[in-house]
Design a protein. Sequence first.
Length: 259
Amino acid sequence: MTDRLAGKTAYITGAGSGIGEATALRFGAEGANVVVTDLNGDAAASVADRIVAAGGAAISHRVDVTVPDDHAAVVAAALRSYGRIDVLHNNAGIVENSIDTTVVDTPDSAWRTAFEVDLLGVVNGTRVVLPEMVRTGGGSVINTASAAPFNGNTTMAAYGSVKGAVIALTRYVATSHGRHNIRCNAIAPGLVLSPGALEVFPVPGLLDAIAKHQTVPGFCAPDDVAHLAVFLGSDESRFISGQTHIIDSGLMAMGAAVP
Ligand code: NAD
């Protein structure tokens, strides 16, 4: 299938690297007008250039998801270029792995960073885009959450807790705006071999240890998550809303099977 997103405009945050980058490229290939944004404006510009070089349509902006005015500025630019926003992918996120450990040891600063980037960053983008989707008759909001809140862990307490809140927020948006033909779904990845993850998890042997608990061999690449985002952004998923879609190589299924 091609052109699954033809005629749609998609605003993607954290699209300069990893899952967001792969999603932006995939959206461009499927015919969307892509609004590529990232805290790293040069990275966003480079991704937009690649979409255009491949024959697609894209603009780029530097957006810090914690700054409401950044979202407002990019939405205004997107409307000037394309007239509407059909898909919002709240994808930007960080984990301060070196200091975000247990509930006791994680410092206040790491809790605040997780809250501001991983939760308020999603709220900020959603609040600016939803009125535009209402105005134009609907849309699809996709939030990149994480499988962490389902699994629990001995580390990343702040990140996992806040990603759990993103899953709850997803249901709130789905219920409050469903009558406007707006859907909202979360993607909950397990380990995805993105540049960000490889930086955070350089521990030798960790991949082998995780792999032993997966049902499906191998780890997701960012592009595997991008395929799911294309489905959730397209009309193929038009009756799917308020759900969290786990993509974890079957890790959770295996966990349930281990006594
Ligand atoms: P990545 O580090 O490769 O890419 C994240 C991008 O977000 C970077 O380009 C970075 O510049 C940008 N970013 C960071 N802070 C930002 C901010 N304040 N405003 C705007 N952009 C900002 O990471 P990734 O693995 O592709 O992560 C993407 C999303 O997937 C994140 O929300 C992450 O929590 C989530 N996730 C990743 C994994 C994984 O294993 N890779 C697993 C579960 C969830």
